[in-house]
Ligand binder design. Sequence first.
Ligand SMILES: Cc1cc2nc3c(=O)[nH]c(=O)nc-3n(C[C@H](O)[C@H](O)[C@H](O)COP(=O)(O)O)c2cc1C
Length: 203
Amino acid sequence: MPTSVNLAVIYYSATGTIAEIAKEMSVAAEKAGAEVRLRKVAELAPQSAVEQNPAWAANVRATVDISLAEPEDVRWADAVIFGSPTRFGNVSAQLKQFMDTLGPLYAQGLLADKVYSGFTSTGTNHGGHESTLIALYNSVHHFGGVIVAPGYTDPAKFADGNPYGTSHTDANGTQPVHDVTRASARVQAERVVRFARRIKAES
Ligand SMILES: Cc1cc2nc3c(=O)[nH]c(=O)nc-3n(C[C@H](O)[C@H](O)[C@H](O)COP(=O)(O)O)c2cc1C
């Protein structure tokens, strides 16, 4: 009987790109045998901003059934995959705000020894894929987490080209998540489950 793995996929997405990748990862992780909690973080933008952008409003409607992330989801998890769109080359404020609520768990040492990984999307080709993921991983070092990046460990990674994590360029909303990104997402999710299982089995 393989060791059970609890995986939380926790994301922020305004216009749906990151939400699509998060779903792809969740399904792949379930197929790999993990118990998965797919969670979105709370919106911080004013309702008026959401309503002025049809893609943003549509994504809110499409993801209404996805529960909001709670610190308890991170405490429960053996592995956490965080997803955020690039915001000026950095992690979105919404995901960062959620991470800041993890302080009490951090203070008790309850963020340590878990597996963490991340994914992102941008509007443009060189718009901050890597800087966003590295910024995300800064916090994981403070958690005492184990970063499981995908590297170039699968042919799919040579296609998407980002060893730090799955990333997608949405061409400012005109390029939906495609097969190259989906394949990379599956490879990353499976790898995270595999390493979380090994670490859990040996601890
Ligand atoms: C405030 C803001 C800042 C952004 N900064 C960048 C950026 O630095 N580089 C980039 O390529 N795209 C940037 N974008 C575009 C988004 O990161 C991109 O469209 C992303 O794929 C959206 O993901 P989502 O559909 O999950 O919300 C920015 C968008 C917003 C609203």
